[in-house]
Design a protein around this ligand. Structure first.
Ligand code: ATP
Ligand code: MG
Length: 428
């Protein structure tokens, strides 16, 4: 029996991993440009962390978590998202105390959902969080950071949707109004929505059932229940986004699936990925840290789904393939092969930014030249026993018509460095 992978868990293979590396490198640059520091947190946390933060009646906690008991009897969960873990890390490391922190992390998340295009059980996110700022300036900056990331990645088919949820008091009022409304129409609801009616009526608004569309469209609107301060916060945020030229639309039905949000919520959505239209989602979570036992600290952040971004880039074709090596080392003959290994080491020592690809497993010159060509290398270094006897190796540019020249073995590192420069070959 052939061993298989777990359903919904994917391998990221060479050929595709280059897009991931480009996304990671550019994201890192952008995070630095906005002065966000990296934090790395565990993949496994106590189950309680997620049930207390994400909310007992959310899809994630109700049915999507990978939860198990370890041999010590503790209930542990593979993280379904990173915000709760970051909040926990700030509390457990005593980093709050009025601090203002801008942090990001990246890595795998785990949700037991039905696997399909754009939806996996292990997927990856960037999570970007600003803690200790009441906003709305920091809300605007986070959104600007997202916009800059799209620009750097060459992604154009995304747009920003924005809403405000108000304070939790305002939301509680709205919740009652919504509950009353749906209760009055209970017979028209589907089973899922009827179940949500008591626990979390806001989630009925998220329903994808087309039969409920008209009913949902006529439901009370959150915007009408906003408290004055939240309204001001939202108006200022909008003015700031206008000021920096970030376009958005307001969707009063955007409520987000997680319980911990307050005031600003936003989503970058795309029309290029079919049913999975959310690429990046976030919002303000002023109550979360206090709820987890930390000192009350306002915070705002977003999570970006890397698989969906990689897919957008693949569609746009804006990322180059893997970088070929600078030098391919060809050697034939027992003495030459042994010496070539040492020469390749010398080149790697002298030219740390350059790829040096050693021909492995022998082969005649013709076969090795063919491999060198296919590797995309800039130069071939050729060593046979005859050259070795004379204390030289041959060098040949591969990316244009050119003859080969000989070089004393001792001069190889500097000569190769010079030739790469002449060929305008940049380091990896
Ligand atoms: P969706 O509505 O697609 O289920 P969500 O609201 O559950 O998304 P969040 O929890 O806010 O998503 O996560 C942020 C981002 O992570 C999403 O915008 C999406 O890009 C990505 N994401 C979420 N779940 C998955 C998944 N199962 N597979 C791949 N990417 C995902
Ligand atoms: Mg989801």
């Amino acid at each position: 029996m052939k061993i298989t992978a777990i359903k919904g868990f994917s391998d990221i293979l060479p050929g595709e991993v280059e897009i991931w590396q480009a996304v990671e490198a550019k994201a890192r640059q952008v995070f630095n440009a906005y002065n966000f520091a990296e934090i790395r947190i565990p993949i496994l946390e106590k189950t309680e962390l997620f049930s207390r933060s994400i909310g007992e009646t959310t899809d994630i906690v109700e049915k999507e978590m990978y939860t198990f008991e370890d041999s010590g009897g503790d209930s542990l969960t593979l993280r379904p998202e990173a915000t709760a873990g970051i909040a926990r890390a700030l509390i457990s490391n005593g980093l709050l105390r009025g601090a203002r922190l801008k942090l990001w992390t990246a890595g795998p998340m785990f949700r037991h959902e039905r696997p399909q295009a754009g939806r996996f059980r292990q997927f990856h996110q960037f999570s970007v969080e600003a803690v200790g700022f009441t906003g709305p300036d920091v809300d605007a900056e986070l959104i600007a950071l997202g916009a800059r990331l799209w620009q750097r990645l060459g992604i154009t088919r995304v747009r920003l949707v924005l809403n405000s949820l108000g304070t939790s008091a305002a939301r509680a009022q709205y919740r009652s109004a919504l509950q009353a409304y749906f209760q009055a129409h209970e017979s028209a609801l589907d089973a899922d929505s009827r179940r949500r009616l008591q626990g979390n009526p806001l989630r009925i608004l998220d329903s994808k059932n087309p039969a409920l569309r008209v009913l949902i469209d006529a439901a009370p609107v959150l915007t009408d229940y906003l408290d004055d301060e939240s309204r001001q916060h939202f108006d200022s945020l909008r003015a700031m986004l206008d000021g920096i030229g970030v376009a958005y639309t307001i969707n009063p039905r955007l409520v987000r699936g997680l319980d911990y949000y307050s005031r600003t919520v936003f989503e970058w959505i795309t029309d290029a990925l079919g049913a999975q239209d959310a690429v990046c989602s976030g919002g303000r979570y002023d109550g979360l840290i206090g709820q987890l036992g930390g000192e009350a600290t306002p915070a705002v952040g977003f999570a970006l789904g890397i698989e969906r971004v990689v897919e957008l880039i693949r569609q746009a074709g804006t990322v180059a393939a893997a970088r070929p090596p600078a030098v391919y080392v060809i050697a034939s003959g027992a003495g030459a092969e042994a010496r070539a290994l040492a020469l390749a080491e010398q080149l790697r020592e002298a030219l740390p930014g350059q790829g040096v690809h050693m021909n492995l497993g022998g082969g005649n010159f013709k076969a090795q030249f063919r491999r060198a060509d296919r590797s995309g290398a800039c130069l071939a270094l050729i060593l046979g026993d005859a050259e070795l006897g004379r204390g030289v190796a041959a060098l040949k540019p591969l990316r244009r018509e050119a003859g080969q020249s000989e070089c004393p073995l001792a001069d190889l590192p500097s000569r190769v460095g010079k030739m790469l420069q002449e060929e305008s070959w940049t380091s990896t």
